[in-house]
Unconditional design. Structure first.
Lengths: 529, 253
């Protein structure tokens, strides 16, 4: 495809370019993330299809199945194109470090006789392949299943993939432009956090549409799809969907030009940014760390009163520190919390955040849904720990691993993530409900549910404990997809029970007691290695 | 060919506001093995990174074989071999794949690079793990791979940051022998290490760095001769333990 002459004309050294591209693709395919997830033997080439692409295919199939036969082609296309945009953005934000910029590049390539243009070209093509793979995963099922809609014809087979490609390229380019503008390397971490929050805002939009469906008691999905709110018509994906559904091409042509221009801009921006980092290692100035709450808590004899041993105190401290200081880990965790955050922000804004204890009402569904969504983040949060830069330090913890050590990990996740979130949420509830008992009861039950699920997840995920695994960064702890599905189902059941017992204090108290007893009876995974 | 292989003039490097190198100046001639010593945090690795072009110096001028290593002119980087203390290896590649990558990056003739690879693999006894993934190797095995990657293109200028880290006795011996042979063939070697007796045996000259400043730059034999117990270690200790580095500056010139 790319001859040596073409590459030379582009100012790229052919042989180093091909060697680098081959290396980058090999490493993408050989990522331990995938190898561990599939229990593959070392050295085997594992397709990322199982993990990232597999997940996207699953999301895509589920959405198509929900919409199939119930909505018109325009709404179907708008929904799928919007989801493509959202997940493409998310994939670039979360996986950018793995897919596009490896800090080892500077150490391996920086002092070799390779031009920055050659290296950045290989990286850009590698990133292009990654974007293409995700794009195909998000396009395949909507294209095939869309053919079965009432109002689609053969032109769908051309127009939908065209629109999907525009959305995929445009979104990926937009995300990459953000990186290019802000610089790559250390400053990129801050941007990742910003981008993760942008993702939360995007989810807010989708959530708003979703809750409108829930609220519409008389019509359901069909009515909502037939009469969507005006803002949906203003989405760029809705304009593209117009052409896909009607067989037009005007918006598609304009979209092609715009996404092409964005891709070109991203290409130039990335090349400039990469040229800077290709040669020069990011400055690693010494960072002074001021002891935080966890350090103070674990100093001296204090740790003895909180944890049975200093060993467990150390595990708590290591986990807490990973969650506090590792910007990359934070940006991986934020998307997992995005749905719950969206519900908690949106609910009060639309007046659907009523006290479940005040009586059964559809307005009281969202506060409980918030908690269900928070619970579903647990497997991801635990699994993400192995992506921390400090994960390699866990070998120190392995020889004396036990059930209490696994509990220390959970305590740290509670202390760093859930307790602060629950407290902030409790203040919000108090401000809204003007009912301190209701806010406290809600917060306590939410914590009990989180704790129970955390312990249960530990039995499956931490049964091969995340911090007891070999110290390979990014090593996942097993089939997280299965665990995540189980947690979603369990959280929904618990949320449903909570909703129905909430107005009855005696039943609510019994429910809380049951949660507490159940949590205490769960033995945390932690068999000695 | 320029008479000086490595020329560093007025090199100052700052991380933020903190200067870690202060007006460093030295040169290494062709055929010379120059030790570059200093306590932890003295600025040795930072010097090497700026010399190979991985860090942009805040001030100063660096030339390798008469060329700027940080420029897009690849001349300087073609002659450099560098072993960093971070390793500088892609962990997910096998040893053979990594060596092939490096050979491709240097655009080496395939037959010649194969011959050279075979020589180095035999020298560092890497036959048993040539097809293993690097992340599955021991520290010492990884260091052998890093050395092979630095040597595969027969560099004229070799910069080594703690090259003996993790190496066993036979590999360390092989490396020392190879360095002497390379220097005899005209290569310039800047050798950064904490193992002073090796520096004493291998290096023609030693530069001692303390707190980002050069406090001694002299032939190793002269430095040792001036020490009380005739060891480089006592010279090193005397020069780097004191708070009054400024007073000692130039004492061994």
């Amino acid at each position: 495809m790319l001859s040596d002459e073409t590459l030379q004309r582009l100012g790229v050294q052919p042989r180093p370019f091909k060697a680098l591209l081959r290396t980058f693709v090999t490493m993408d395919l050989r990522g331990q993330f995938y190898a561990q997830a599939t229990n593959a033997k070392p050295g085997e080439l594992i397709s990322p299809l199982f993990w990232v692409v597999g997940q996207l295919l699953t999301v895509s199939v589920l959405l198509c199945a929900v919409l199939q036969g119930r909505v018109e082609a325009w709404f179907y296309a708008t929904s799928n194109l919007s989801v493509t945009a959202l997940f493409m953005f998310s994939a670039i934000v979360v996986e950018f470090q793995e897919a596009a910029y490896d800090p080892a590049d500077v150490q391996v390539v920086g002092h070799r006789p390779v031009t920055a243009r050659t290296w950045s070209s290989a990286r850009i093509l590698n990133l292009g392949l990654y974007v293409a793979l995700i794009g195909v995963a998000l396009t395949l099922f909507p294209t095939l299943m869309g053919l079965g809609l009432r109002d689609t014809g053969p032109s769908w087979l051309v127009l939908y993939p065209w629109a999907s490609a525009i959305v995929a390229v445009g979104t990926a380019s937009g995300a990459l432009l953000l990186y290019a503008v802000s610089g790559i390397g250390a400053p990129g971490e801050n941007l990742r956090r910003v981008a993760a929050w942008v993702q939360i805002v995007a989810i807010l939009g989708l959530f708003y549409g979703g809750q409108l469906m829930l609220r519409n008691a008389s019509g359901g999905l069909e009515l909502f799809a037939a009469n969507p709110p005006a803002w949906i018509h203003q989405l760029p994906t809705a304009f593209l969907a117009n052409d896909v559904a009607s067989g037009g091409w005007l918006f598609l042509a304009a979209g092609t030009l715009i996404s092409g221009a964005m891709a070109y801009g991203a290409l130039l921006g990335l090349r400039r940014a990469w040229t800077r980092v290709a040669r020069v290692a990011p400055a690693q100035s010494q960072v002074e760390v001021k002891p935080g709450a966890a350090d103070a808590m674990l100093s001296g004899t204090a740790s003895g009163s909180i944890f049975p041993s200093r060993h467990e105190g150390a595990i708590f401290w290591l986990t807490f520190t990973m969650l506090s200081r590792d910007g990359e880990l934070k940006s991986r965790n934020l998307p997992a919390l995005a749905m719950a955050a969206s519900a908690a922000i949106l609910g009060p804004l639309i007046g659907q955040y009523a006290d479940p204890m005040a009586g059964h009402s559809t307005d009281a569904v969202l506060p409980i849904a918030t908690m269900v969504l928070l619970v579903t983040a647990i497997p991801t949060l635990l699994n993400n720990l192995s992506f921390s830069r400090d994960h390699e330090a866990v070998w120190r913890l392995r020889p004396r691993w036990g059930a209490k050590a696994a509990r220390a990990v959970q305590t740290a996740v509670h202390a760093r993530i859930f307790v602060p979130l629950l407290l902030a949420h409790g203040v919000l509830l108090f401000a809204m409900w003007r009912d301190p008992i209701g806010a406290i009861a809600y917060t306590v039950i939410a914590f009990l549910i989180l704790d129970l699920v955390m312990r249960l997840v530990s039995r499956t995920l931490l049964g091969s404990p995340i911090l007891r695994r070999p110290a390979a960064r990014g090593a996942t702890v097993g089939s997280i997809s299965t665990v995540a599905a189980g947690v979603s189902a369990l959280a929904s059941v618990l949320g449903g029970v909570w909703f129905y017992v909430a107005p009855y204090p005696a039943l609510l108290g019994g429910f809380a007691l049951l949660l507490f007893v159940a949590a205490q009876s769960v033995r945390t995974g932690g068999a000695r290695p | 060919m320029p008479t000086t292989a490595i020329a560093v003039e007025g090199l100052t490097h700052r991380y933020g506001d903190k200067a870690v190198l202060h007006d460093i100046a030295f040169s290494v001639q062709w055929g010379e093995i120059c030790g570059y010593l200093g306590p932890n945090g003295a600025g040795k690795s930072t010097t090497l990174k700026t010399v190979v072009g991985l860090l942009k110096p805040s001030e100063g001028r660096i030339r390798i074989d008469g060329k700027d290593p940080a420029s897009e002119d690849l001349g300087a980087r073609e002659v450099i071999g560098y072993v960093s203390h971070e390793g500088g290896l892609y962990q997910l590649l096998s040893v053979r794949e990594h060596l092939t990558l490096v050979a491709d990056l240097h655009e080496l003739d395939e037959d010649a690079s194969k011959t050279r690879t075979d020589e180095l693999v035999a020298l560092f006894e890497m036959e048993k793990f040539i097809d293993k993934r690097i992340d599955s190797l021991s520290r010492g095995q990884r260091q052998r791979v890093a050395l092979c990657c630095a040597l595969i293109h027969n560099p004229k200028v070799l910069l080594l940051d703690e090259p003996l880290t993790g190496l066993d006795v036979s590999a360390a011996r092989a490396l020392r022998k190879l360095l002497r042979e390379m220097a005899d063939d005209g290569a310039a070697i800047l050798y950064c290490s904490h193992i002073l007796d090796v520096v004493e045996r291998v290096c023609d000259r030693a530069i001692i760095l303390a707190d980002g400043r050069i406090v001694a730059d002299a032939p190793t034999s002269e430095l040792v001769a001036q020490a009380e117990d005739k060891t480089l270690e006592s010279v090193f200790h005397a020069l780097t333990r004191t708070d009054k580095i400024e007073d000692l500056k130039g004492a061994f010139d």
